[in-house]
Design a protein around this ligand. Structure first.
Ligand code: AHG
Ligand code: MN
Ligand code: MN
Length: 342
């Protein structure tokens, strides 16, 4: 494509600004900060194998998990960039116990939630990792930002997106007007529109779940996994199993090709593993905007009222028909198997 026809992320956002009900350009400035931070982290990810920034940083995060150096770097870079935007009063991050109140911006109207580096156990093995972000408007009735402003349902997100540092680097986002994907052209360091108006197929051929935990899955999830693996020409089964261990990579593939990603409740983790604010809500907003579905198994993820900044919820996300089927098996455990046997 000739460069004259390329639409950069910046151009795209400026063109859409009037539709955001954000005439002052605050959201555009937040996006510019996210874009800059993404380029900085991308640079560090790309040289991770070359310089001494691999390996554990030694510290553990809120959830008792080991932090890698790049987790810390990405966290610092995104928080610094968002703070500098001048538009964000609070940044909440998977890597910080407490919200970060941005000095001098206490009255600003936006709150941003980040998973600065998702899939961090994959850094050492050169598989795809990413950054997830989610933007909320805070309660205008309060003059100054407070923790209560963060406890909003996912359906109130103003924007959500992710940056995937994969074989190429992409930024995918929604502001509630569909989903668009931009690929970083390294030669000009610009995110260029490459995947306009992404739609997830209503039915896919891939299921993504950590089957190593099978014995701990609820009966209905075990049944669904068996269903995915069973042979049936009419419904194109068995489906392929694909699981990277990086939500962002598994989600991105399923978004483009169709499929379902499940992180179910298990005996050890009754609420699953993934965090509502940093992972499940942003991905749910994106998938719904692309025509897919997302559920905790009991309810729509975007309708969950958060009780804790770092709370986890089970996640069933992806192609609409697959999510419907998995959730219905979860809630009717035993019945479908019994029907099959008849
Ligand atoms: P993070 O690196 O931000 O802690 O997230 C890791 C998450 C998610 O990306 C992935 O889908 C999931 O952990 C994998 O968990 P299991 O190893 O238990 O399958
Ligand atoms: Mn994560
Ligand atoms: Mn993370």
């Amino acid at each position: 494509m000739p460069y004259s026809q390329i639409i950069t992320l910046e151009q795209f956002i400026v063109d859409q600004q009037s539709l955001y009900k954000d005439a002052g350009g605050s959201l555009s400035r937040i996006f510019r900060s996210l874009e800059l931070a993404a380029k900085v982290v991308n640079r560090d990810v790309r040289k991770a194998g070359l310089v001494d920034i691999l390996g554990n940083h030694g510290a553990t995060n809120t959830h008792g998990e080991e932090q890698k150096k790049l987790d810390v770097i990405a966290n610092d870079v995104f928080i610094a960039a968002l703070s500098k935007s001048g538009e964000v009063s609070i940044v909440i991050s998977e890597e910080n116990d407490e919200p970060v109140f941005v000095e001098g911006c206490e009255e600003e109207k936006y709150i941003v939630a980040i998973d600065p580096l998702d899939g961090s156990s994959n850094i050492d093995v050169n598989a795809s990792i990413g950054t997830i972000f989610s933007i909320y408007r805070r309660n205008a009735a309060n003059k100054v930002a407070s923790l209560a402003d963060c406890m909003q349902k996912g359906k109130h997100q103003v924007a959500a997106g992710y940056i995937i540092y994969g074989s190429s680097t992409m930024l995918v986002y929604t502001t509630g007007l569909g989903v668009n994907g931009f690929t970083l052209d390294d030669s000009i360091q610009e995110f260029c529109l490459s995947h306009p108006k992404i739609q997830i197929p209503s039915q896919g051929k891939v299921f993504s779940i950590n089957e190593g935990n099978y014995a701990d899955f609820p009966e209905g999830v075990q049944e669904y996994v068996q269903y995915c693996k069973a042979k049936d020409k009419e419904t194109n089964r068995p489906y392929g199993a694909r699981y990277i261990g990086s939500l962002i990579a598994d989600f991105h593939r399923n978004l483009l090709k169709g499929g379902i990603f499940i992180y179910p409740p298990t005996e050890k983790t009754p609420n699953g593993k993934l965090r509502l604010m940093y992972e499940c809500n942003p991905m749910s907003f994106i998938v719904e905007q692309a025509g897919g579905k997302s559920s905790t198994g009991k309810m729509r993820v975007l309708d969950v009222l958060p009780e804790d900044l770092h709370q986890r919820v089970p996640l069933f996300i992806g192609s609409a028909e697959m999510v419907d089927m998995a959730v219905s098996m979860l809630n009717n455990a035993g019945e479908l198997v019994a029907a099959d046997a008849r």
